[in-house]
Design a protein around this ligand. Structure first.
Ligand code: C2E
Ligand code: MG
Ligand code: MG
Length: 392
């Protein structure tokens, strides 16, 4: 949404909030889509929880501006003076922490502030401060994991996965810090660093004559303006003296299908030579009609479907179906998180194109890649599987 499109909706929401409150209560807009409500003289009728539930219900009712209906939900955090803070700043901060938990619990909910929330909010704030510093002082690292063709064990490319070499806590995985980065506007600089570093690393490996294939980066499309993402990618590629064809972009289904990202962006990136894949396929909300139109070359089957392939009949059917569908649509299927011989055998038999997972190699620091490629480790490992399967 552009800000101007929001305004009439925000006005209606403000009216709804006002109507829910008593005359002596205050309501104000903090900025953006955040409102604050101040209840004085809490009594049996106007307990914070009652008011919060009345607000949730009012706000949830469909809204129409100029005949365009919209469903909006809210998340509410509650804190009480003086138990939860004795200054406006503390009360705001604690209400915010409670709201954050309401959001996390699936939105359209309210939460009371607790001491545990304060600790959680404090820890997130500290992580944010440290992450800002980490980006400036070069604490971010990349690990690379091969994507391997199932037919012959050839390395098709490497996926770059971000890590944080934390001064006290050691190497942190993205699950620990990506959401903090996203909430605080740090995902964009982080992604720019990742794409830049991957491009420079690609140029170095190419110069060494190492056949690493395409290098792929994970891109959260929702944080970029479409034009900005395109400009950033093109500039980075030129600066590193590589070509768009050296890179693959892994985008989540939801990011790919978002209304605001006109189909034009992906078409233009592909026309420039970038490859596109859909990450964590099967967990999002693709419609088959859109999928057919998207210029993606690869569907990465989410690890969640691969993990229990040995035991879960449903997962087996889903994986077979995605592989078949990929073929029909002229795309490649890559299974993620493959760890066991049994998963490998199933995927080979099902006709999957490629796999990525610890079975071939865990994500490695860049220093580990030359040996992996030169020693043909993945090809050897693939051959071993065939030998083991062959009848004695
Ligand atoms: P993803 O893109 O789906 O990456 C695959 C994840 O599966 C990686 O987790 C990888 O280490 C893990 N994995 C691969 N093979 C196996 C296996 O055999 N067993 C198990 N248990 N796990 C395996 P990781 O590195 O923790 O990354 C998690 C997610 O964080 C990624 O999922 C991706 O969505 C995101 N991410 C990573 N790097 C970046 C980045 O630079 N930018 C952005 N925006 N997101 C990133
Ligand atoms: Mg990925
Ligand atoms: Mg994935």
């Amino acid at each position: 949404f552009q800000a101007s499109l929001w305004t009439p909706y925000m006005k209606k929401i403000a009216q709804r909030i006002r109507k829910t409150l008593r005359a002596q209560d205050e309501a104000a807009r903090l900025g953006g889509d955040e409102f604050v409500v101040l209840l004085e003289d809490i009594d049996q009728q106007a307990t914070p929880a009652r008011v919060a539930h009345a607000l949730l219900e009012r706000i949830r009712a469909p809204l129409a501006v100029d005949g365009k209906p919209l469903h909006i939900t809210s998340s509410i955090g509650i804190c009480v003076y003086p138990e939860d803070g004795d200054s406006p700043a503390t009360l705001f901060k604690n209400a915010d922490a409670a709201m954050y938990l309401a959001k996390q619990s699936g939105r359209d909910a309210c939460r009371y502030f607790t001491a545990a929330m304060a600790r959680e909010a404090e820890a997130r704030f500290e992580l944010e401060t440290e992450l800002r510093l980490a980006l400036k002082t070069g604490q971010m690292r990349l690990a690379y994991q091969p994507k391997v063709a199932l037919a012959d064990g050839r390395v098709l490319g490497l996926e770059a996965l971000v890590r944080w070499q934390h001064p006290r806590e050691g190497l942190l995985l993205p699950g620990r810090f990506l959401s903090v980065a996203a909430e605080n506007g740090l995902l964009q600089p982080l992604t720019q660093w990742v794409v830049g570093e991957v491009s420079r690393q690609c140029a170095r490996w190419r110069a060494d004559g190492l056949a690493v294939g395409r290098l792929s980066c994970n891109i959260d499309a929702s944080i970029f303006q479409p034009g900005m993402l395109e400009a950033m990618l093109l500039k980075t590629v030129v600066e590193a003296s590589i070509t768009p064809a050296d890179l693959e972009l892994e985008v989540l289904e939801t990011g790919m299908l978002r209304e605001t990202l006109a189909l034009g962006l992906w078409e233009r990136l592909v026309a420039r030579g970038f490859e596109l894949s859909i990450d964590d396929f099967g967990t999002g909300e693709s419609s088959l009609a859109r999928l057919k139109e998207l210029p993606v070359s690869t569907l990465k089957i989410d690890r969640g479907f691969v993990r229990d392939l040995e035991t879960d009949q449903g997962d087996r059917s889903i994986v077979r179906t995605v592989i078949a569908m990929a073929k029909i649509l002229g795309k490649r299927a890559v299974a993620e998180g493959v760890e066991t011989d049994a998963q490998m055998r199933f995927l080979i038999e099902a006709g999957c194109y490629a796999v990525q997972g610890n079975w071939f190699s865990a994500p490695l620091p860049p220093e580990g890649i030359p040996d992996l490629i030169r020693d043909d480790c993945c090809r050897e490992r693939r051959k071993d599987l065939t030998r083991e399967s062959a009848p004695a």
